[in-house]
Design a protein around this ligand. Structure first.
Ligand code: ATP
Length: 355
């Protein structure tokens, strides 16, 4: 959507009566809770019986629901949503359920810069962006015959690590690869995983300053992935592989974590470079984003993925994290999003943070 288009839509909006909406899944409890804390009206878009479980969490329950048979119906509800002065908050499931092409067509003011999707959803473009920002990524192995160390094979379009596998040799690769699916092979980085939750504001200067706006680091997590994270309870991976049991990487939850304080300058420097390059390439990665990293024994970060919106790893921190407590008590990423919208609405800058 062009800037003009957004400005036209916002022209009819009552800026003192905005509604924050999202799809009822992923990080929606946190998004609604944060919006309520900032005194916004909230609206949940839900399929089927999902609504019921929100009754158990009154402070994360949206004020109102719109029920749909499938998420694509949202595309035909844009008039109704705009009448309610709605701003939509995208999250991973929102984009996935709607489909990236439909998400790009969504004719409702949406938090963040939709143009990031083109750079994030294509692994080659993602690598181009991150390497241009001088971020170290795991080595990519283009020719499977050249596998001479542990690698991870990732299928394109697979969500949440589904069917990914580890191979140590070309033979192992041949045994496991599923025909007909496109894939990327990456060096398997040995180390500890940290998923870093940043927030970039192009309109506020009161944090880690960048060429335009400023950067915060709100929290970090480690994903709990089945079966890789628990498989050793049954025996060594080697033993299990011998009887045909292979570890998998399906995300089931998130674990709070903090990092050695001496590594934080590197964390900010990486975030800074990613944002500065994004400003150059496509007008900036606005709002929350996550760098998914492995820290090696030499204390080097290798970034294997970027998520360009709120990640579910922020969910352990509905009431703040050890880092966000140092910004403001009780600050979640969901609340930080609501604050950015509130500030922009007050200053007449909404068109700078929506697309
Ligand atoms: P999502 O979109 O949910 O982030 P995805 O399907 O794109 O997931 P990745 O995040 O790239 O998948 O990888 C899934 C998991 O595999 C990671 O959380 C991590 O545990 C492991 N992993 C990925 N890349 C590497 C790597 N190069 N070295 C070691 N482990 C890795």
């Amino acid at each position: 959507m062009t800037k003009n288009n957004i400005e036209d839509m916002l022209a009819s909006y009552d800026k003192n009566n905005l509604t924050i909406a999202t799809v009822c899944s992923h990080s929606s409890l946190q998004i609604f809770n944060g919006a309520k804390k900032e005194k916004f009206k909230t609206l949940g878009i839900a399929v089927g019986e999902k609504r019921k479980f929100y009754d158990a969490f009154p402070l994360g329950r949206p004020d109102e629901f719109i029920m749909v048979d499938n998420y694509k119906e949202i595309l035909s509800m844009t008039d109704e949503l705009r009448e309610k002065n709605t701003i939509v908050i995208p999250h991973g499931s929102f984009v996935e359920y709607l489909g990236p092409e439909n998400f790009l067509k969504l004719n409702i003011p949406t938090f963040g810069n939709k143009d990031v999707l083109m750079w994030e959803s294509d692994r080659n473009k993602e690598r181009k962006w991150l390497e241009a920002a001088e971020i170290t990524m795991p080595e990519e192995i283009k020719d499977p015959e050249k596998i001479d160390k542990p690698v991870i094979v990732k299928y394109h379009g697979a969500k949440g690590g589904k069917d990914f596998f580890i191979a140590k040799t070309y033979d192992e690769f041949l045994q496991r690869i599923k025909k007909g699916r496109s894939f990327t092979i990456q060096e398997f980085v040995m180390g500890t995983r940290y998923y870093l939750h940043y927030f970039y504001s192009p309109i506020q200067d009161d944090a880690y300053k960048l060429s335009k706006g400023s950067l915060q680091m709100i929290s970090m997590d480690r994903r709990d992935e089945t079966t890789i994270d628990e498989v050793q309870r049954l025996g060594s991976i080697q033993e299990l592989e011998e009887i045909g049991i292979h570890p998998t990487f399906v995300v089931t939850g998130n674990i709070p974590i903090v990092m050695r304080e001496s590594l934080l300058p590197k964390v900010f420097s990486m975030g800074e470079k990613v944002v500065e390059k994004s400003l150059e390439l496509f007008g900036g990665i606005i709002g929350p984003f996550c760098l998914e990293t492995v820290v090696t024994e030499d204390l080097e970060f290798k970034v294997f993925e970027i998520s360009a919106r709120i990640v579910a790893g922020t969910n352990p921190y509905v009431a703040g994290s050890p880092y966000s407590e140092l910004i403001q008590p009780d600050l979640s990423t969901g609340r930080r999003i609501a604050q950015e919208i509130k500030y922009a609405a007050k200053q007449g800058l909404l068109q700078e943070i929506l697309s």
